[in-house]
Design a protein. Structure first.
Length: 345
């Protein structure tokens, strides 16, 4: 489930110069304007076919089996892409094979949901070659996080599709429990709003700037958002609520990414910031920890900031729709997001 591999940080995997693929920022576009054209896919129902794909790294077969068991327990008919368990270096097979699995899942009119098996690394290598005409005609539920941020960003820019930042199919019962499963099920199989509350046990829970804000919830894994500057996959965050989470990055690296976003103008006009799980961020003695960095880099933006949501690589991960309208009340510690799906029957 985790996006980092073998203790390596995502930044090490991506490389400091990876700035031209994966997607962020079309200069001058407006998240507020885009919100009026949001496309929410039909909710999943028992009996619906869903496809599991591996756009990034290879998942653990036993964990995938566990995740498939959960999906089938909801009455879904689960299919595996032909290359889910392939291995090519640190990728789940060659680019053309991962791309083919993803394209087939989007093109098949009978598939109503696409679930990533794992993150890791590799999605940004293939997203620019996706043909999204079928997705525009038949919107589908798309679930993933971490490395899948690149795909979610492309789907937002090209199809204004609401996607779901949540657990992937390679299910780790030590990290994820019944609440994680129910949060995912409710997000994709009901039309109830998603309401999340600050968890005092989370690293970023102490980061808070009071205030309220509304706007489409946009973002994802911080490394992927930062690495995508210049690629053009996400609209500008003006008028939006910016969400991010991160794993395995030292505080100074988080500082560098947030500083880069600020210098690039990506955070101009943002309505609010919500912070998910900041996992395995280790500070050197006497230096800022993650909380210190987040307070320093976000506290002077002049917008509400809410930290401590269970969204990301940590234990008890929950699910939230990306692209749906959100309301933040930082002092109350709540994020409320409109349903990411519609009832089409």
């Amino acid at each position: 489930m985790a996006g980092s591999r073998g203790g390596m940080s995502r930044r090490n995997v991506l490389g400091a110069g990876a700035v031209t693929s994966g997607g962020l920022l079309v200069p001058g576009s407006s998240a507020r304007a885009a919100a009026g054209r949001v496309v929410r896919p039909p909710m999943l129902r028992p009996g619906d076919r869903v496809r599991v794909v591996s756009p990034g790294s290879t998942p653990d077969p036993a964990q995938v089996e566990r995740g498939v068991e959960i999906l089938r327990g909801w009455g879904l008919t689960v299919e595996l892409g032909g290359h889910v368990f392939d291995r090519y270096g640190y990728l789940a097979g060659r680019d053309e094979h991962r791309l083919a699995d993803l394209q087939e899942a989007f093109d098949d009119p009978g598939v109503r949901g696409v679930f990533a098996a794992r993150g890791g690394y590799g999605t940004q290598r293939i997203v620019d070659r996706l043909d999204l005409r079928a997705v525009r005609r038949r919107p589908k539920v798309v679930v993933g996080f971490s490395d899948i941020t690149s795909l979610q960003a492309r789907l937002w820019r090209s199809a204004r599709l609401v996607t779901f930042q949540g657990p992937m199919v390679a299910w780790n019962d030590r990290r994820l429990g019944p609440e994680s499963a129910e949060s995912l099920r409710a997000a994709v199989m009901t039309t109830r709003p998603v309401v999340l509350t600050r968890d005092p046990a989370e690293t970023a829970a102490a980061v808070m700037v009071p205030g309220r804000a509304r706007g489409p919830l946009l973002g994802g894994n911080l490394s992927l958002v930062d690495a995508a500057i210049g690629a053009g996959d996400l609209p500008a965050l003006r008028g939006a609520v910016f969400f991010f989470e991160e794993v395995g990055e030292a505080p100074y690296r988080i500082d560098r990414m947030l500083t880069h976003l600020r210098r690039a103008g990506a955070l101009k006009g943002v309505r609010g910031v919500v912070i998910g799980q900041i996992t395995d961020s280790v500070a050197d003695p006497g230096e800022w920890d993650a909380v210190g960095v987040l307070r320093d880099r976000l506290g002077d933006l002049g917008v509400p900031v809410l930290g401590g949501l269970r969204l990301g690589h940590g234990r008890g991960q929950l699910t939230v729709p990306l692209g749906a309208r959100a309301a933040v009340d930082a002092a109350a510690g709540t994020l409320t997001v409109e349903p990411g799906v519609i009832d089409d029957r």
